[in-house]
Design a protein around this ligand. Structure first.
Ligand code: PLP
Length: 401
């Protein structure tokens, strides 16, 4: 008799964004003439950078000829892309990373879900609250239920306190989804010191690194001394270069990150992750990796800056307008998300529902990201500029505050 993984029964019945999609679908069916403006799910709207498209066309042509055809590639990614990543994302920021510490993947969601394969089910896991739900659900699927939460709210300026009890695996996402806030180097340093002292591992999700605008905010956890001994970093081309549909990201697992096994042997997580990827993953397509490589050219870098600036202009505009209307709005300075406090006494789901039904605007209710997300909604700036203007005009005429 086969047995199921009972851990799945501990999960919420459905994924947050599926619940929202269902409500929006229902609203659209009942109101076919009303145009819904989505500031909800974090998908992008700008096309791929021209340099990536040109590189993909060229790669497709190579696939057409027997001499240049590519089949299975290296599970870790092609060296041409790993070299470009190391040079631009790390060496140019003063961080030394070896190319065999970089593992190219089909995106950060897969990697942050899969990385749990490396850790024992007895590890105690810590998350900020609110949090990107994938971290929590994937740990529950893996049988890790000992969870501590680090609240991030306006009361603590969205700066999480260090764990009060020993935590083995710590997920940090900065710039943060959903709050749109960042940590300074000093604040991040405290987490690295905690991990060094307690032999914890930090899973640092830097999917929104390209949105940092203040020069003193770290883009990589490896900018902090000692971090290579304790941290794995996840990156994504999705929000940086519009790859949400193309699918590409990478994970850095430093060779200095070593854990002692039960029998006393020292095991490098780089070696374990390599073993895991070679077993369960067959690499990212050649065409996709050529596209990713192209965004590291001077032209590609200029193009992605233009795109991220477009979204950040949306964020700045909406934050300014909403603040002028009297809302308390956080984030949006170094991240494409605004975190808006809902009016006193209202829940985030009821505010979400009212915005949908009274204004035909989709947001994301903060409570869906964890108990401390209650009282907030997340607004994304990944929409078209015209839609952001339209949404703001609708909110301005709303008798709400
Ligand atoms: N990490 C965070 C914090 C995200 O918000 C997202 C996507 O929304 C991802 C990872 C997933 O990125 P990818 O598209 O590379 O899977």
């Amino acid at each position: 008799m086969s047995l199921i993984n009972e851990n799945f029964l501990r999960l919420h019945k459905s994924y947050l964004f599926s619940d929202i999609a269902r409500k929006v679908k229902d609203f659209k069916e009942k109101n076919p003439d009303i145009r819904v403006v989505s500031l909800g799910i974090g998908d992008v709207t700008r096309p791929l950078p021209a340099s990536a498209i040109t590189a993909m066309h060229k790669a497709v042509d190579e696939m057409c000829r027997a001499e240049t055809f590519r089949g299975y590639g290296p599970e870790q990614g092609y060296d041409f892309l790993r070299k470009a990543i190391v040079k631009t994302d790390f060496i140019e920021r003063g961080v030394t990373i070896d190319i065999d510490e970089v593992f190219v993947s089909d995106g950060a969601k897969s990697d942050c879900g899969n990385i749990g394969d490396l850790f024992n089910a007895d590890c105690k896991v810590g998350f900020t609250d609110p949090v990107y739900p994938v971290y929590v659900d994937s740990n529950i699927m893996g049988g890790r239920f000992a969870i501590s939460h680090f609240p991030v709210t306006s009361e603590n300026d969205f700066v999480p306190s260090l764990p009060s009890e020993k935590t083995d695996l710590i997920y940090l996402c900065y710039p943060n989804n959903p709050t749109g806030t960042v940590l300074t180097g000093e604040q991040l340093k405290k987490w690295v010191e905690y991990a060094l002292e307690h032999k914890s591992v930090i899973l640092f999700d830097a999917a929104y690194e390209a949105y940092i605008r203040q020069p003193d905010i770290p883009h990589s956890i490896y900018e902090i001394d000692g971090a290579k001994k304790v941290a794995i970093e996840l990156r994504s081309f999705s929000k940086t270069a519009g790859f949400t549909g193309v699918r590409c990201g990478y994970t850095v697992v430093p060779k200095e990150l070593v854990i002692t096994a039960d029998n006393g042997t020292k095991i490098g997580l780089n070696q374990l992750w390599n073993r895991r990827q070679c077993t369960k993953f067959n690499g990212v397509s050649y065409i996709t990796q050529r596209a990713a490589e192209a965004i590291y050219t001077p032209q590609g870098q200029a193009e992605i800056r233009e795109t991220t600036d477009y979204y950040m202009n949306n964020a700045n505009y909406m934050k300014q307008e909403l603040t002028n209307m009297g809302y308390n709005v956080y984030g949006g300075k170094n991240a494409p998300y605004l975190w808006l406090k809902v009016p006193q006494g209202e829940t985030s789901w009821s505010f979400f529902d009212r915005m949908l039904h009274e204004l035909a605007i989709v947001t994301t209710p903060g409570a869906g990201f964890g108990p401390n997300g209650e009282g907030y909604v997340r607004i994304t700036s990944f929409g078209k500029k015209e839609d952001c203007i339209e949404a703001i005009n609708r909110i301005k005429n709303w008798k709400n505050i």
